[in-house]
Each structure stands twice: as structure tokens, then as C-alpha cells.
Design a protein around this ligand. Structure first.
Ligand code: THU
Length: 159
């Protein structure tokens, strides 16, 4: 028997420690939460993706009375970016969320498994790591790649 240890470094940053580019992306993610359509969960998520040419695309969660028909903020932003700018690889993504009281959540938001899977493919398509910023008022998690968010991920190499 042998063990495989997977070590995932997560930097925990204060807002004051972000670069101006990161801060800009965070502002867009926070802004996007106000465009969320979340009448069922009352959980408003915003995502902002930064493209290779500097373009920033925002997206928010869009719910539906038939619950599974809705879509998370991350995939809304990413799929829109890929469909609008197919030749611009994604460089980084920032995610923020507000609770039912309208407050930004304290703990950094954790993207769901389906979003991690979709983002993993975007990372492979980009051919370089996509940086991730997960916003919480208590701290911001800075993660160097989507692969770090989804170790042992399934991808086309298995097919
Ligand atoms: N949601 C996101 O948009 N992104 C996440 O990272 C977690 C969850 C949405 C899906 C649903 O509209 C609501 O938050 C509650 O799960």
C-alpha cells in the first residue's frame, strides 16, 4: 500500500493585499451579485472572469422554479465569456456571494462540484492555470489553479 498526499496551498488575503487587477475583479464579482435572480434560495452569487486581453465578464446565479434548470454564477460568467470571446482564454475568476439578508458572506464562497468540473475544462482549454479568488468578508482565498480546487478531476484524458 502507498499513500498519495495532495497538498493544496491556499493564500488567505485581506482586501488590502490584493493587486489592483484583483481588486477590480473582486469589485465586478460583488457587483454581479446584485444582478442575481435567486427568488428560491435568496443566495445571490456573483462571478467575474478575467480574460487574456483584460476584458472582465460578470455573471450571476439564475434560478428557476424547476430548480435544476437554474445555473450557478460561475458557469453563467464562464459560458458567456467563452461564447462571446471564444479566442480569449480565461486567466482568473473571482466569486462573491450575499446571503438572504443581503450581506456578503463571512466565509469565502466555495464553488459547487459542477462548476469546478466546468472550470477545469476551461483551464485545460486555456492551457495555463486559472487563478481563483473566493471572497468572504473574513478573508479572501487565493488559489493558484482550478486543478487545486478539483484534485483527481475527470477530464478528456480518460476518454
Ligand atoms: N450557487 C452559485 O451560483 N455558485 C456557487 O458557488 C454556489 C451556489 C447558487 C446556486 C443557487 O442558485 C444558489 O446559489 C443556492 O445554491
Amino acid at each position: 500500500m502507498r499513500t498519495i498526499d495532495i497538498h493544496i496551498p491556499i493564500l488567505v488575503k485581506e482586501e488590502s493585499e490584493l493587486t489592483s487587477e484583483e481588486l477590480h475583479l473582486l469589485d465586478e464579482a460583488r457587483r454581479a451579485t446584485y444582478r442575481s435572480y435567486a427568488p428560491y434560495s435568496h443566495f445571490s452569487v456573483g462571478a467575474a472572469v478575467l480574460l487574456a486581453d483584460g476584458t472582465i465578464v460578470g455573471g450571476s446565479n439564475q434560478e428557476n422554479a424547476a430548480y435544476p434548470s437554474g445555473l450557478c454564477a460561475e458557469r453563467t460568467a464562464m459560458f458567456y465569456a467563452n461564447s462571446r470571446y471564444p479566442d480569449q482564454p480565461i486567466r482568473s475568476i473571482c466569486i462573491a456571494a450575499r446571503n438572504a439578508y443581503g450581506e456578503f458572506i463571512h466565509r469565502p464562497i466555495a464553488p459547487c462540484g459542477a462548476c469546478r468540473q466546468s472550470l477545469l475544462e476551461a483551464e485545460q482549454r486555456a492551457g495555463h492555470p486559472i487563478g481563483v479568488l473566493l471572497y468572504g468578508t473574513d478573508g479572501i482565498y487565493s488559489i493558484r489553479s482550478i486543478k487545486d480546487l478539483l484534485p483527481l478531476g475527470f477530464d478528456e484524458s480518460f476518454l
